[in-house]
Design a protein around this ligand. Structure first.
Ligand code: C2O
Ligand code: CU
Length: 429
């Protein structure tokens, strides 16, 4: 609905139920339905408002992951929505086209609320949308994929507890867009998949069962500078990848998750490092609509250089702490100066996985243990996997939305870790 120049969305979080397998009923939570939520979509420059109504029995929040917006609209732990209350978030979309998402962020309960089914995509368009030969017909050749692992109890409920695993809950079933054994009927020569790892703890390595190459065209914060041809892409919780893949008429290929390289972890099998799953069967029609060919180059992405840094900070991640501290809602950990560029050194001191998510901004990876980042980490990112015992230098710029009181969050997006306090708060001053 467009209202006086503002694009208005309504989301109602409510309880529901689903039959993920015939005969088994699972209690769920969802937005505007039983499970997950609608894809929201807006264009750069547009004013948007989202009216969120909470019909759940618990307080929740809705956070716009990857969105650049004023902190009061961020939907983090400081913007609770009580049962039966409504919260209106409004801002002007001001960032490049990207695949973002939304999910709850109530402090201490995020993993449970996400596992019950509260998540959706938020697609940002800009002047480049529909160009470069990128497939752009939503639901036809431009397909959102919310990938989540689940575990069901004997009674058919979602397992909500990590059962002692230090990375969080690892499921044994994959739901793709809320369905078990998802199939996509392909009608065009090229298909663009916007893949979101919407899981709470699992890292995937997405690839096709026949080893075919595809083009990685975008990451968390937007398009890469050029398509990168590869046969796999690793995504940790919260990360997104946009890929373009071609199919022959009448053929099939299975998008799978292969055993991910988790880096130097103590025991890969304990963290999903040996697991494999089917994610989505792509089944091509006998006659396919021709697709434009993909451009060799997209818009240039200006890279930060080390000398651009106005301030430097160091973050050590260990157990559930950042620099030796757990999250305290009443403590501001860092103050960023407006109109400044920052260089952060982030190190995972543990022998198990973490990742690193920053609210409000998109960042770039400068280097990893002193080595330039691989192609899949050359674009804008808001979340990166932290391999054990490695040092990541990232850069970002703060140029809007001063608020000395209300903080944005930095945290591990393994949701158990986030809930247990691996999170800190910063203001832009
Ligand atoms: Cu996707 Cu602070 O979260
Ligand atoms: Cu972590």
């Amino acid at each position: 609905r467009v209202d006086g120049g503002t694009r208005v969305f309504s989301l109602t979080a409510d309880e529901g139920q689903m039959e993920f397998t015939p005969g088994m009923t699972t209690p769920t939570w969802g937005f505007n339905g039983d499970y997950l939520g609608p894809t929201l979509r807006a264009r750069r420059g547009e004013k948007v408002a989202v009216e969120v109504t909470n019909k759940l029995p618990e307080t929740t929040t809705v956070h716009w992951h990857g969105m650049h917006l004023p902190v009061a609209m961020d939907g983090g732990p400081h913007q609770p929505i009580e049962p039966d209350a409504q919260w209106r978030a409004s801002w002007r979309v001001d960032q490049p086209a990207a695949t973002l998402w939304y999910h709850p962020h109530p402090h201490g309960d995020t993993e449970e609320h996400v596992l019950r089914g509260l998540s959706g995509m938020f697609i940002v368009d800009d002047e480049n949308t529909g160009t470069y030969g990128l497939p752009a017909q939503y639901g036809v050749d431009d397909i959102p994929l919310v990938v989540q692992d689940k575990k069901f109890t004997a009674g058919g409920e979602f397992q909500l507890d990590a059962q002692g695993n230090e990375v969080g809950l690892l499921g044994n079933v994959i739901l793709t867009n809320g369905a078990w054994g998802s199939v996509l009927d392909v009608t065009t020569e090229l298909v663009r998949l916007r893949i979101l790892n919407g899981s709470s703890a699992r890292t995937y390595d997405f690839a096709f069962d026949d080893g075919r190459e595809f083009s990685l065209v975008g990451t968390d914060g937007g398009l890469l500078e050029a398509p990168h041809s590869t046969d796999h892409v690793r995504l940790s919780p919260g990360e997104r990848a946009e890929i373009v893949v071609g199919l022959e008429p009448g053929s099939e290929t299975m998008l799978r998750s292969l055993p991910p390289d988790l880096g130097n972890v103590a025991l890969p099998s304990a963290y999903g490092g040996t697991d494999e799953f089917d994610v989505l069967l792509l089944r091509a029609a006998d006659a396919l609509q021709p697709s434009a060919s993909l451009a060799d180059r997209f818009a240039p992405v200006e890279r930060f250089a080390e000398r651009d840094a106005d301030y430097e900070r160091t973050f050590e991640v260990q157990n559930r702490e950042i620099n030796g501290l757990r999250m305290d809602m009443n403590r501001i950990d860092e103050v960023m100066q407006i109109d400044s560029t920052e260089l952060w050194t982030v190190t995972n001191r543990d022998l198990f996985p973490h990742n690193w998510h920053v609210h409000d901004v998109q960042f770039q990876v400068l280097d990893i243990d002193g080595t330039p980042p691989p192609a899949e980490l050359l674009g804008w990112k808001d979340t990166i996997y932290l391999e054990p015992r490695r040092q990541y230098r990232i850069m970002m710029r703060f140029e809007d939305y001063v608020d000395d009181d209300k903080p944005y969050m930095i945290h591990c997006h393994l949701l158990l870790h986030e809930d247990e306090g691996l999170m800190s708060q910063f203001v832009v001053s």
